[in-house]
Design a protein around this ligand. Structure first.
Ligand SMILES: Nc1ncnc2c1ncn2[C@@H]1O[C@H](COP(=O)(O)OP(=O)(O)OP(=O)(O)O)[C@@H](O)[C@H]1O
Ligand SMILES: [Mg+2]
Length: 319
């Protein structure tokens, strides 16, 4: 759906983006991950023509965006700016209504859609007529998201949308983000410098450094088939937790003992190992059941789960 083909952008001597290529499939969530200054924002801005690349091409649905009017192009793209980018002299309602007004929606339609989004994003309608500086950082980011989603564009670009949040609030917003139906049908490119966030929300990750893509792949690819030392070092501190989140019960299914006792709480095999481990604590049980497909069920204990997890990791490393 989105394809960047050898794009570059230099600012004077700084190679902000240095000849990178990537593709995003329809309804996929691609993460641009990397440290400050590696070119993430510049890459994102080229996709909706806030910046034009010095060389290379970008295609959306097969059309070269260089041939499109920026204003028309942007109607199909929601953009959440780094630091939310709300207009300080516009109220929440006015900020959200910017695109609908450009599209000449009538007042009733705008109000209806705004109310619907506020509810989905858990923001009270009491805030409709306040200014952004009267909101907390987390509330401002929700308004930024509402503004990007209001016209239901097929493509969403998000620049560190949860950057300003503390860990607890961020974890809550991640859960909501994953549960939002509206987002499931969108093709999303999201920028972050937070490894956990990238692993939690991304189908695929492009890890960038100094304007280049060092590796692109699934979270498991980055963990178990790192392209080089840079990738390994980047993930090192949080490795174990990332592994727990990247591996699903279905991945380790064959390594789990084949036994079944009735009457336990049951998890789907699509669950990641991290969630399964938490489940032991949550239901305070010795064993839990895992179901796969229509009729396969296995009963496992904590130690059996850990053993299968470790075996799986060893196998991955030696493949
Ligand atoms: N308008 C500009 N003029 C000059 N240099 C720029 C401009 N925009 C970006 N740069 C430089 O290009 C490089 C990449 O910047 P960019 O904003 O894309 O980084 P980033 O990965 O988004 O960083 P951060 O995580 O801090 O937001 C940086 O070295 C930056 O200083
Ligand atoms: Mg940036």
């Amino acid at each position: 759906m989105i394809k960047a083909d050898n794009i570059s952008k230099h600012f004077g001597k700084v190679k902000a983006v240095d000849n990178i290529s990537f593709e995003v499939k329809e309804q996929e969530n691609l993460i641009l991950l990397g440290t400050s200054g590696c070119g993430k924002t510049t890459t994102l801005k080229m996709i909706n023509r806030l910046i034009d690349p010095a060389s290379g091409n970008i295609f959306i649905n097969g059309k070269n965006i260089a041939d499109e009017q920026p204003e028309i192009l942007r109607r199909g793209i929601g953009y959440v700016l780094q630091n939310n980018g709300l207009f300080p002299h516009y109220t929440v309602a006015e900020n959200i209504a910017i695109v609908p007004n450009l599209l000449k929606w009538d007042k009733k339609k705008i109000a209806g859609r705004t109310a619907e989004l506020l509810e989905k994003l858990h923001l009270s309608t009491d805030y409709l007529h306040v200014y952004p500086n009267e909101l907390s950082g987390g509330q401002q980011q929700r308004v930024g998201l509402a503004r990007a989603l209001v016209s239901d564009p097929p493509v969403l670009l998000m620049d560190e949308p949860f950057g300003a949040l503390d860990n607890v609030t961020r974890a809550n917003i991640h859960k909501e983000f994953k549960a939002l139906d509206e987002l499931k049908r969108k093709t999303i490119i999201m920028v972050t410098h937070d490894v956990q966030e990238a692993f939690e929300l991304g189908n695929r990750i492009c890890l960038m450094d100094k304007g280049k893509i060092i590796q692109s792949g699934t979270p498991a690819d980055l963990l178990f088939k790192p392209a080089d030392k840079f990738v390994e070092t980047f993930l090192k501190d949080q490795r174990l937790q990332l592994e727990f989140k990247a591996i699903r019960l279905t991945d380790i299914w064959e390594l789990l003992p084949d036994q079944h006792t009735k009457g336990n709480s049951t998890l789907s095999a699509d669950t990641d190992v991290w969630t399964a481990l938490e489940n032991f604590k949550f239901v305070n049980a010795e064993t839990i059941n895992i179901s796969k497909g229509h009729n396969q069920v296995k009963t496992i204990g904590f130690e059996q789960l850990m053993a299968a997890f470790n075996q799986y990791k060893n196998k991955q490393r030696h493949e």
